[in-house]
Design a protein around this ligand. Sequence first.
Ligand code: NAD
Ligand code: MG
Length: 351
Amino acid sequence: MTEDDTQTFNSTVYYDEDADEEAIAHETVAVLGYGSQGHAHAQNLSESGVDVIVGLREDSSSRSAAESDGLRVETPADAAAEADIVSVLVPDTVQPDVYENAVEPNLDAGDTLQFAHGFNIHYNQIQPPEDVDVTMVAPKSPGHLVRRNYENDEGTPGLLAVYQDATGDAHDQGLAYAAAIGCTRAGVVETSFREETETDLFGEQAVLCGGVTSLVKQGYETLVDAGYSPEMAYFECLNELKLIVDLMYEDGLGGMWDSVSDTAEYGGLTQGDVIVDEHARENMEEVLEKVQNGEFAREWIAENQAGRPSYTQLRTAEKNHEIEAVGEELRGLFAWQDEEEDEEESAEVTA
Ligand code: NAD
Ligand code: MG
């Protein structure tokens, strides 16, 4: 069974009681990579009683971290050879190379290729043989939270998808994997590689990473260009965004509207669609189309093959935006950030 592009999307949600841990209890899992997701999956699986081998290059600086966390470390090729389930948690841009060199030669019939994002499968950068299962368990959260929630007996919501079911057990095993890293404690939504990949790319481009940073920068520039102080512009257009997003996260749009003043609510309701107007909507549809037809994927793959020239340039320009210097100075003067920074530092894992 292989995913069909014309399928309709459903949204079944699974919890602990739906998962059968036996479906993974006797398997060996190779976790390739020990970054954000890798360190969390490896430790959670291991503490759930699953046999785990971390696959890292001989010269990887993550080796000592994995070893001091009590995990067995082998090269990616050796780990893949020994494992029944190969969880590919190296960066998406290096996955095709790691797959070709370390994984593919070591896959046996009936093994499972497990991902946390669908990009390389969906855009055919990795083409697995027909006799292996291909699954995705994608926590909807950075790895350090996947780990912390597990340690606190809490869960992290996640996604489950089966791209290829050679053994007939792919779904049950994927669900057991999701349970072992703590996702079924919170809820696991059934999806497909296509749906996860396309919505993930669209979301990060149009709304989360791309849309919101442009909105912040343009708002900031509009105020500063009109003669207002950079500090005021920073607070209004960047700092306060967190407070608003927290309210939406907790109680939806309605919770946010209820918490702000009537003046803010009326102004927001009348002006929001003036700013993000029909033209922005058409642009969003174009962005979605480039994700769906593979144009964005081809561009990003070519950009990487060329050594990331545009990416490097864009990164530098973003770093040099005035709002970054203003923000750094203000965050240094005020203490409101300290707690979060401490948390982030303790969660950082070296590559
Ligand atoms: P990461 O960049 O945090 O870590 C990758 C790790 O891979 C590194 O720490 C290193 O140990 C190893 N590595 C790097 N280059 C390598 C190479 N050339 N060969 C072998 N090993 C190498 O990656 P991540 O963010 O954990 O992403 C892993 C997967 O999880 C990706 O598919 C990503 O899309 C997915 N994902 C990430 C998040 C997240 O919040 N970070 C959330 C959901 C899904
Ligand atoms: Mg094997």
